[in-house]
Design a protein around this ligand. Sequence first.
Ligand SMILES: NC(=O)c1ccc[n+]([C@@H]2O[C@H](COP(=O)([O-])OP(=O)(O)OC[C@H]3O[C@@H](n4cnc5c(N)ncnc54)[C@H](O)[C@@H]3O)[C@@H](O)[C@H]2O)c1
Ligand SMILES: [Zn+2]
Ligand SMILES: [Zn+2]
Length: 366
Amino acid sequence: MRAALLASPATPLVMTDIECADPGPGQVRVRVTHCGLCHSDLTLIDAPEGLAPIILGHEAAGIVDAVGTGVSTLAPGDHVMLSPFGPCGVCYWCVRGETVHCAAAMSMFTGTLPDGSVPFSLEGRPVYRGLGVAGFGELTVVAASAAVKIDPDIPLEVAAVIGCATQTGVGAVLNTAKVEEGATVLVMGLGGVGMSVVQGARLAGACRIFASDPVADRRNAAIAFGATDLLDPSTTDVVAHVLEVTGGVGVDYAFDAAGAGPLVEAGLAATRTGGTTVMVGAPALEHTVTINPAVLYLTQGKKLLGCLYGDCNSQREVPRLLALWQTGRLDLEPMITARRPIDEINAGLDDLRASVGIRTVFNLGV
Ligand SMILES: NC(=O)c1ccc[n+]([C@@H]2O[C@H](COP(=O)([O-])OP(=O)(O)OC[C@H]3O[C@@H](n4cnc5c(N)ncnc54)[C@H](O)[C@@H]3O)[C@@H](O)[C@H]2O)c1
Ligand SMILES: [Zn+2]
Ligand SMILES: [Zn+2]
């Protein structure tokens, strides 16, 4: 099968013929039709000491091609959304309902399947399986629990975008922060993830949604997703503005959806006493966050929450997000601002580096 391969760290991706194994027990092989581009892919592509050779792409959907032994929930021809997290169902975290922390799913960070193997090879050498999906290739192998069956009427590009951006952003609001009606919210960073946080805040019934991004096109696009106040952090002191507009109180919830240590600190400064900051973005490993302990207790009692994949169990989350989309309460098509054949992956990466559009979805053909 053809895949956009990162042959060595920090180099352009190259379309390459790769061998893809049959699915093992409990696994399915999927013909990927669409895969969105998330900033986490870019971070791994640009990492000087990242895993390679690797097939990245973790926001994907497609059609089941073959099922391994013991798989009874899926059959060839089923349309599926692929989750980076295929929960085992029996580990310490799964039994507590925290499937994003499933011990087996952590193999997404080692570029392998949970048993340490990889389904891909190039001239006999193993190729890593990026972020649990490897959606930049025409075929992939995932645990059956990571493939969420969807109605064949649902456009697969829409299902793809739910794969990471929507689950992460909407989940950060509904599952991680549990924003309530009438709340005030600040969203910093308006890419696919941040726009989904804005949409999640709208779904939750937030009364005021401050949206901050240095890119004017993204700020303006945020209005249609529910933002009420637009802020340009390159010309406005976002924290001071939010405090002033809220009468010195601060917002109930702040979200870093850009991935920067200083934005986590800004969130803590912009939230009210007792308010909540959620770190949705993925700051570089060398970033640090400085917190005066008094901010978390004494008279302030603020809360800082981490957030992996919006705390979503995809088998539960995808049907409800699709239902919200079908009833017009979640806008998914406008998130897709570019559609490209997978051969144009490097041009799509350049667009993301320049914050052009919101989400690019690559078409891998059927
Ligand atoms: N927690 C998770 O599980 C999870 C999942 C997916 C993505 N992520 C992370 O979320 C972040 C966003 O992903 P994305 O795909 O939407 O990225 P993106 O690059 O499309 O969007 C990031 C946006 O942040 C803006 N930004 C930069 N500096 C800013 C500042 N000081 N204030 C406000 N905005 C600023 C950029 O202009 C850009 O529009 C990335 O760090 C990504 O790795 C985390
Ligand atoms: Zn992602
Ligand atoms: Zn588990």
